[in-house]
Every structure is written in structure tokens, then in C-alpha cells.
Design a binder for this molecule. Structure first.
Ligand SMILES: [Fe+2]
Length: 395
């Protein structure tokens, strides 16, 4: 039987792959001997107090012995530029020849900032933008301790400029970590709320990369597998049911890595634009903010992107064999709605997620989302009124 669908058309694209990765329970404790780090004599470790307190660092760092010359554990949520510069200055004094990041997105982004500042001999603030680093950087090994950001797979770093009260965004192939170490045992003690919110962030990365104006076969393949691990293999519900289920934790970690790489090549969309606006003004966790808008943004986008969402639904085995695109999109929306609000248990209403907000704040949030750099790659152009309508619907 011939497929009645038209062939896929491919626009020109650039794919920025992740570096090599290692996966396995306990693999993080073996990295001191890996070729990339074997010759390093002055390793600087970047982490945060939470990772240190959880006791995750010891087994990873101890095998390096005296080769670890400094452990910088002062990373705070919303990693900041001044801290990057201070850490880079210390690393330079110590003759740093490799950087090891152990932590979540803020830790990994700080470490990326450090290798960029060291490579250019400049303040990280002066390197903001696209392709500003370009040169050779020190080897960066990333060991994620959450499964959401996928920063260990991307060419991005986001750092806060506290003086100017804004985030600075860095996009450069030199920021792709030299090695990603995916060790699911590090996630076993992750609190329930963090496990749920970060998994929703992962799913949002995957779905937005698949719908993006910059979507491409590389990113879509990676993102589809991320969706399958979360929606079909139920990696999140299994992780929540049994937090020490290392296989389920591993599936969440791999999904985040795949989705991160998909975003690195295809970018994001309106859901992240709205989530950034809400996060910046309220402090609502990033994954929770994404969860509020993912279903509504999908519905808005379906007008133009129905075929790609239908392809995703079909790949995941959602809907029935004879379903048309509209029915397949509806099945996908229903599966995502269930994942976000039932499995992850995130709030359905903005007013519940951010009690300090009032309805009068919604136009300000719409304006912030309109200016967000992730909005232009959304498959449908959403103006101020459309963003405001989504916020009102979720209020
Ligand atoms: Fe995200």
C-alpha cells in the first residue's frame, strides 16, 4: 500500500551535535581515567552546595586525587556572570587545564562561561551573543545531576547579569561539552517535585524542537526518542513511583540529553518564551512554567504544524491507524495533558503556580514573552494579543 502523504521537504539546516557521551550506573566515578582527563593536572570542579551536601561529589572527585586543584561550589540558581568571571580568574591562577561540572543547568552553564572566559581572556559579559568564542576551549566534562536542561548536550549557556537585571545568552559550538557523563545513580535522591518539573522541561524541549521553524530531521529524530522515553516508556511515572529505579532515572536522563541536543540544532518556541516571562517575574520553577503553557501552545501551533505533530503521534503509537492529522494531534495533546498535569502533577492554573501574581500582571507577561528570543522560531507567529489570550486562559 502506498503512503498518501507527500514526501517530507527539507530546508537547509545546521546540526550542532553533542560531544561524546558515557552512560551507565556508577560511570561518573570512573571519569578520572578517561583519555580526555587522564593528562589533566589542574582540574577545576564547578558544582553547587546542594550537590556537595547530597554527597554526590566525593566518589566522582576522589579518584582525581591532587589533580583536582579547586572545587568551586558557589553556583546559585540563575548562574551569574560575575561568579563566572571570579571562577575563571581563580582557574587561570591555578593553571587550570580541564573543567569538570557536576550539577544541574546553572552549574553546567557556569562551567561553560568559565571555559569561554578563559579561552578569550575576557569578561564573560563581553562575549554575549552568537559565535563570539569560536576558538579552542579547555576540555569541559559535564556530569548532570538533574534530567531536564540537557545543557551537557548543547552549544548554549544562559547567565544572569545581576547589574543589568537580565539574562545574557551565549550560542557557540565551542560551548558544546567535550564529554557528557550520564550516570543515573546520581538522580536517585532527587526530590519528587524537581524530578517532575525537570521531566516536563525535557518534554517541552522535545516538542518545541519538533515544531520549531528550524526543525530538521536530526533534531526531530532525537526529540522523538525523548518523547517516547517519557510518554510511552513512562520514565517519569516509574521514577516517581520508585525513586531508586535506576533504569527509569536513566531513561529520564537520556531523554533530557536527546532533547537538549534537539534544541541545540532546532531551537525552541512560544512555550519557552512564556515560561521565561513567568519565571523571570515570579521565580516559578522553569519546568512548572513550561507545564502551564505546553498544551495551549501546541493547540495554537496545530493550525500550521499539524503534520509534524501528527507524525510524532504516529511514531509514538498514539491514536488509531486510520486517524487523520486532527485526530492524531488531539491524541498527542491528550497524552501531553495527562503527562504534565496527572503524571507530573504540576499546577493547571497560573494563579496557583504564582500566588503573588494578579490578573493585571498578564499584559506585562505577554509583552515579556513577545520580546523573548525563543518566540521567533515558534511555528506560528503569535502576537501580543495571542500571547495574552494564552495567559488569560491559563490564569
Ligand atoms: Fe527549558
Amino acid at each position: 500500500m502506498t503512503d498518501p502523504r507527500p514526501p517530507t521537504t527539507h530546508r537547509p539546516f545546521q546540526h550542532t551535535p553533542a560531544g561524546p557521551s558515557l552512560y551507565g550506573p556508577g560511570v561518573a566515578a570512573t571519569i578520572a581515567d578517561k583519555t580526555l582527563l587522564k593528562k589533566a593536572r589542574n582540574v577545576v570542579v564547578v558544582t553547587d552546595a546542594g550537590v556537595r551536601k547530597a554527597g554526590l561529589l566525593e566518589a566522582i572527585v576522589a579518584p582525581f586525587g591532587v589533580r583536582v586543584v579547586h572545587v568551586e561550589d558557589g553556583v546559585v540558581p540563575d548562574a551569574d556572570c560575575d561568579h563566572v568571571d571570579a571562577t575563571a580568574a581563580r582557574a587561570r591562577e591555578l593553571g587550570c587545564d580541564a573543567v569538570l561540572a557536576v550539577g544541574g543547568g546553572s552549574v553546567m552553564d557556569t562551567a561553560k562561561g568559565v571555559i569561554a572566559a578563559l579561552a578569550k581572556g575576557a569578561s564573560i559579559k563581553s562575549l554575549e551573543g552568537v559565535a563570539t568564542i569560536r576558538g579552542k576551549t579547555l576540555p569541559l566534562v559535564c556530569v548532570p545531576t538533574t534530567a531536564g536542561t540537557g545543557s551537557e548536550a548543547t552549544q548554549f549557556a544562559v547567565l544572569k547579569d545581576r547589574e543589568e537585571r537580565r539574562k545574557r545568552i551565549y550560542v557557540d559550538a565551542s560551548l558544546v561539552p567535550a564529554l557528557a557523563v550520564l550516570d543515573p545513580t546520581l538522580l536517585v535522591g532527587l526530590p519528587r517535585a524537581v524530578t517532575a518539573a525537570t521531566a516536563v522541561d525535557t518534554l517541552t524541549h522535545a516538542v518545541e524542537a519538533i515544531g520549531s521553524k528550524l526543525r530538521n530531521p536530526m533534531g526531530s529524530a532525537l526529540a522523538t526518542e525523548a518523547c517516547r522515553l517519557l510518554l510511552v516508556e513512562q520514565a517519569l511515572s516509574r521514577s516517581l513511583l520508585r525513586p531508586d529505579d535506576v533504569e527509569a532515572r536513566g531513561a529520564c536522563l537520556i531523554a533530557a540529553h536527546l532533547a537538549g541536543q534537539a534544541v541545540s540544532t532546532a531551537m525552541l518556541g512560544a512555550c519557552h518564551a512564556l515560561a521565561h516571562a513567568v519565571g523571570a517575574h515570579t521565580g516559578v520553577p522553569h519546568g512548572v512554567a513550561n507545564g502551564l503553557f505546553l498544551v495551549d501552545v501546541l493547540r495554537e501551533n496545530a493550525a500550521k504544524a499539524a503534520p509534524v505533530y501528527a507524525t510524532l503521534a504516529r511514531a509514538l503509537g498514539l491514536g488509531a491507524a486510520r486517524d487523520d492529522d486532527a485526530a492524531l494531534v488531539a491524541a498527542l495533546v491528550a497524552a501531553i495533558d495527562e503527562f504534565v498535569f496527572d503524571t507530573a502533577g504540576l499546577p493547571r492554573r497560573l494563579r496557583d503556580a504564582a500566588p503573588a501574581l494578579t490578573e493585571a500582571d498578564l499584559p506585562m507577561l505577554a509583552a515579556a514573552a513577545l520580546a523573548d528570543p525563543d518566540l521567533p522560531t515558534n511555528p506560528v507567529a503569535l502576537d501580543d494579543a495571542a500571547l495574552h489570550a494564552i495567559l488569560r486562559r491559563r490564569w
